[in-house]
Design a protein around this ligand. Structure first.
Ligand code: LRH
Length: 497
């Protein structure tokens, strides 16, 4: 195919993929050329990412593009999930295996930090919702050991780490750095006073680069190993969620909330400036960075993790279900039986998810899901309920009503989730693209090359290339009643801790 060939390497918390994009000046065609699972490894009591395996899979993905591109791609960019990082010493050696944000070390570290700075003040400075996974708390958990590792040690967020080993450039890309809880959201740079809460040397934190800049080119040794000529490596919006938001095909002037649906559900709006108020803190909204210096005012909702973890648990018990099976099972199940709060931190760690959900239902005096179908139905409806609640909260923070909900990412394959979201919010749901994160990466790479300039241009490309699916609200009266019940059951179910 003729056009500009670019590679998006997208690492999610449960799987990774390499997507080849071909841009012909008005449309973008995407093709997944390599896909692999991302399996966390428990080692000596800690939970880690298998960085070397992920790096290997990335190289496999680059290799796999050769037949399509007749040589090297025009550029490549890597994005990953948020908050995690690796430490690299002055000689370029990776110090240890990066920790998984679901490791249990973070919870006590969070409490230690909050003893040094009141939560209100930390939120006022950073605008980031207090979650144990935040890089700030992870670095605290790292403790003295890391600070003694030497003055030349650098902390690199996951996509920065991949980029460093690809092209040798050391920097912190803005959107991924914005997930850390270490930035001043107004300045869009490191918050010196927050960094000073940690024992780590200041020099550990590299300078910040804005998304859409070319970082360097593929290291000669890798080019040789891949038998390819070298090519530019771009720092796109390297936080997967920021990248997904780039591809939302909003109409000009439309007012909407986005939901990026993957392992997590990230729901929010883009704003020109951070929204940091007592109310936004209480409602646990976070202010992360967007692709063009805008702010993603959003909420990190536990998302399809609840289903993924049930599925993994059932597989261990001997029954393997596909996500298609699970969707069909939920669709045939009776509606509005029981709800949990998908924001409850009790669901964060890996483990026996079905039992945790049953126990929450028991504690709140609801019918306890007995069968797998009932369990799946409970999760999918709870998510849609949470989306509706979050929509109302966003409208409260902004002081205006939003017309539509854009859902993007792999989770929109769950059509029941999309339809329920329309029914419960009473708004039209516009779903697509499925490969939102990769599409966002490819658009930002085209921008780095000067092929695309504005967000509007990018939206035109997305609309022309990936026509979205529309879901209109149905049965709204009945769902309003169910929503009122959900609100009553989960009112302060965990905020009251
Ligand atoms: C989703 C995501 C989300 C959070 C979480 C840790 O993949 O990036 O935005 O940062 O991972």
């Amino acid at each position: 195919k003729n056009g500009l060939h670019m590679l998006a390497v997208d690492f999610g918390a449960s799987s990774g993929r390499t997507v080849l994009g071909t841009y012909n000046g008005s449309r973008l065609a995407v093709e997944e050329i390599h896909r692999f699972s991302n399996d966390p490894v428990r080692l000596g009591g800690s939970l880690h990412w298998d960085f070397l395996r992920l790096f290997h899979e990335m190289l496999q993905g680059i290799r796999a593009c050769k037949p399509f591109t007749a040589g090297a791609p025009a550029s490549l960019a890597v994005d990953t999930w948020g908050v995690d990082y690796g430490l690299v010493d002055g000689r370029g050696r990776l110090l240890g295996n990066p920790y998984h944000y679901r490791d249990s070390r973070n919870e006590p570290a969070m409490r230690r930090v909050l003893n040094r700075i009141p939560e209100e003040e930390l939120y006022r400075r950073t605008g980031i919702q207090t979650q144990s996974i935040n890089t700030l708390f992870q670095l605290e958990a790292e403790g003295e050991a890391a600070s003694q590792a030497g003055e030349d040690v650098r902390m690199l967020f996951m996509p920065d780490l991949f980029r460093y080993y690809l092209c040798g450039e050391i920097s912190a890309e803005y959107t991924i750095a914005s997930t850390s809880g270490l930035l001043d959201p107004q300045l869009r740079g490191w918050d010196e006073e927050v960094l000073a809460l940690l024992p780590h040397p200041r020099a550990m934190f590299p300078s910040i680069v804005m998304p859409g800049t070319t970082a360097g080119s593929l290291r000669a040794a890798l080019a040789e190993e891949l038998q390819m000529s070298s090519f530019p490596v771009v720092a796109a919006a390297s936080h997967d969620t920021a990248s997904a938001v780039v591809s939302v095909p909003a109409q000009a002037g439309g007012s909407y909330a986005f939901i990026s649906c993957g392992t997590w559900s990230l729901m929010g709006v883009e704003t020109e400036q951070p929204v940091i108020t007592e109310q936004s803190r209480k409602l646990a909204f976070t202010n992360e960075g967007g692709a063009d210096g805008r702010i993603r005012l959003q909420k990190n909702i536990m998302g399809l993790w609840l289903l993924q973890e049930c599925r993994r648990y059932w597989e261990l018990e001997g029954e393997t279900l596909t996500f298609g099976d699970m969707q069909a099972m939920a669709a045939g199940e009776e509606a509005a039986a029981a709800y949990v709060d998908p924001e409850d931190p009790v669901f964060l760690a890996p483990g026996n998810m079905p039992e945790r959900i049953r126990s929450r239902c028991r504690q709140t005096g609801q019918p306890v899901p007995q069968t797998k179908s009932q369990m799946i139905r409970c999760i999918v409806e709870s998510l849609a309920m949470k989306f509706s609640q979050t929509l109302h909260e966003i409208e409260e923070l902004l002081g205006r009503r939003l017309d539509a909900v854009h859902m993007v990412g792999g989770g929109i394959r769950n059509r029941l989730l999309c339809q329920l979201t329309a029914n419960i919010t009473g708004r039209c749901v516009i779903a697509g693209p499925v490969e939102a994160t990769a599409v966002g990466s490819l658009l930002m790479q085209a921008k780095a090359r000067g092929e695309l300039h504005t967000r509007d241009e990018m939206r035109q490309v997305v609309l022309a290339s990936f026509p979205p699916d529309l879901y209109s609200p149905e049965d709204t009266g009945r769902w309003q009643e169910a929503y009122a019940r959900y609100r009553k059951i989960n009112a302060n179910a965990h905020h009251s801790e």
